[in-house]
Design a protein around this ligand. Sequence first.
Ligand SMILES: [Zn+2]
Length: 320
Amino acid sequence: MLTAASAATGLILPTGMAFAQAAPAASPPARGGNAGHYRFRVGDISATVLSDGLIGGPPRVYASDAPEAELQEVLRLAFLPTDRLTLNLNTLLIETNGRRILLEAGAGQTMGPQGGRVFQNLAAIGLRPEDIDVVVVSHTHPDHVGNLRTADGGKAFPRAAVFAPRADWDFFVRNDPDLSYMPVPEDFRRSFAAAIKRSVEPVTNGIELYEAGAEIVPGLTTLPALGHTPGMANFLVQSGNDQLLLTADLAYHPIVNVDRPWVPGPDRDKDTALASRRRIFDMAAADRLLVLGFHYPFPGLGRMLKTDAGYAWVPVGWQF
Ligand SMILES: [Zn+2]
C-alpha cells in the first residue's frame, strides 16, 4: 500500500520542479481545441467560467483517510485513472455595475505545466488582463494566486485591485508557515510556500485584506469557510432571486470529497474544515443553490443533494 508521502513523490515532485523553472510566456493551447470558457447569468450579473487549465496529483493526497481498496474501486467505477486525480481550475469572471471581477486568479505555472490558460481564455471572449478591475482570491494557495505575477515579475492584471483573506495573508505571506500537516514531501512544501510569496509579491503594495464574511462589492459576499486554510472564504454572488455559491476548496473532486466523505490531505485544520464543509453543503442542499466547484470537472457547475449517506453532486446540463 502506498503511503501518502511515497505516492506523492512520483507525481507531485515534478510539479514542484516545474515551479523552479522559468515560466513560459504562454502555455500551449489545450489539446482538443474545445472552448475553455462558459457563459451563464446570475440575475442581472453576467458570469463566465474561465478555465486556467489543470493540475493534479496522487488520489491519496485528496482523499487522505480513504481505505486504499475502496479508493481504487471508487475511481475505477467513475472511469477515472487510479494513479492520478486531475483537478480543474475554474476561475469565474463576473460583470456587474460596469466592473469586471475575477474570482480566483488561477495557478499559472506554479503547480505544473498545464495551468496558466486563463489569459488565452480571457482573449477568447475579447478581454485583456488590463480589463479586469478586481481580483478576489478565496485563499492564498498557489493554484489560486499563481497568475497574479507575470513571467518577468510584474502585475499580471495591471489595473486590478486584489483582495485576499487577512488570516491567509498573515499565515502564508507575512510568516514562514509550518506546512508539516500537508501529506507531501518536504521539498514540495518548500516550493509550495515559496510559490505563494513569489506569486503575490507584485501585488503586496496595495493588497486589500478582507475578513471572511465581508461584502466585496454589491452582489458579491464572502462567507467564512475556514479549515482548509486559516482564512479560506467562499463566495456568494447574488442578483434578484438568483444566487451562485462558489465553494473554493471545500472539496477537490466530487467523486472523492462529495459523493464520498473523504478528507482532503491539504486541509490544515481538518475538524474545522469538516464543520465548514457540512455547514455550507447543508445550506447549498437546503436552498437548492447553484454551486461552482473551483476544482470540479469543467465548467464546475451543479447542485448539492443531501442523501442518507451524506451528499451527492449533480452537475447541471450545458446551456447553449
Ligand atoms: Zn485549490
